[in-house]
Design a protein around this ligand. Structure first.
Ligand SMILES: O=C(O)c1cc(=O)[nH]c(=O)n1[C@@H]1O[C@H](COP(=O)(O)O)[C@@H](O)[C@H]1O
Length: 275
């Protein structure tokens, strides 16, 4: 999927919501635990009830890998289900990979070829040769961590190195890499006050923004400082949507929560783009 197609979908759905699929067997409804693949059944129900309100799904691989081979199979079934039933939706493998070049190539193959995700999250710490194997896939997108939503972001990312904060260095350097038009960046919703500076460096890039909902980030603040003239944001929420209820009505309640976010987004898009 191209960023232009993603932009068109955002305007059509009046949404730049990305639902995080972070299934946890201790949190999903009891009745699903009796099925053969509770994680997949959970995801499938959430997907079916929210697909018209969201432009992206982001399974975090940790929540699948934790269950070994069965979890990995649930991930495969989940991505196949989205690709077969809702092919217009942008998919993100939240795996935060990155290694020496030949190893990164294998990670890229795993997520782009085998699983057929549109994008994967990547850590920048190992530098250019660890990221370029992902960028080599021209019809795919690499989403690099820039300024994360957690408290630990202040341990390294905001440190001053040669007069510049590290996350700014990451943005400035990476945008010169080969095929960097396929680069997006993660910026936490809890760091809304940083978006103005970030937009000065990467005005056109899509930003994946986790941290509204359970982590308390503000959607309106993110939009105020982070939106560009093509929207340019994918705002992720997982727990606040997928765990809205622990009962048999979980998918319905997830839809209600997703709808609240989508309505706020529709209002913002309407005001800014007159659609
Ligand atoms: O890369 C991510 O998606 C990510 C980066 C970041 O800075 N903060 C962050 O919360 N995330 C992920 O986004 C999701 C947030 O989930 P909720 O806090 O439940 O909405 C989790 O899967 C996190 O691992």
């Amino acid at each position: 999927m191209t960023t232009q197609q993603l932009h068109e979908q955002i305007l059509q759905k009046k949404s730049f919501l990305c639902v995080g699929l972070d299934p946890d067997l201790t949190k999903i409804p009891q009745h699903l635990l009796e099925t053969e693949d509770p994680i997949f059944e959970f995801n499938k129900a959430i997907i079916d009830s929210t697909h018209d309100l969201t432009v992206g799904y982001k399974p975090n691989t940790a929540f699948f890998e934790a269950y070994g081979i069965k979890g990995w199979m649930s991930l495969q079934k989940t991505i196949n289900y989205i690709n077969e039933n809702y092919p217009d939706i942008f998919t993100i493998a939240d795996a935060k990979r990155g290694d020496i070049g030949n190893t990164s190539s294998m990670y890229a193959k795993a997520f782009f070829e085998d699983l057929n995700f549109d994008s994967v999250t990547v850590a920048p710490y190992m530098g250019k040769d660890s990221v370029e194997p992902f960028l080599a896939f021209e019809n795919k997108h690499t989403i690099m961590l820039a300024l994360t939503s957690n408290e630990g972001a202040f341990d390294f990312q905001t440190l001053n190195t040669n007069g510049k904060e590290l996350y700014k260095q990451v943005l400035e350097t990476s945008k010169t890499w080969k095929n960097s038009e396929n680069l997006m960046y993660v910026v936490g919703a809890t760091k809304a006050e940083y978006f103005t500076e970030i937009r000065k460096i990467v005005p056109d890039s899509f930003l994946l923004v986790p941290g509204i909902g359970a982590q308390g980030g503000s959607l309106s603040e993110v939009c105020k400082y982070g939106m560009n003239d093509k929207v340019g944001l994918l705002v992720n929420s997982a727990r606040a949507i997928i765990y809205a209820s622990k009962g048999t009505d979980f998918a319905e309640k997830a839809r209600e929560e997703a709808l609240k976010v989508q309505k706020e987004m529709a209002e913002i898009i309407g005001l800014k783009f007159q659609v």
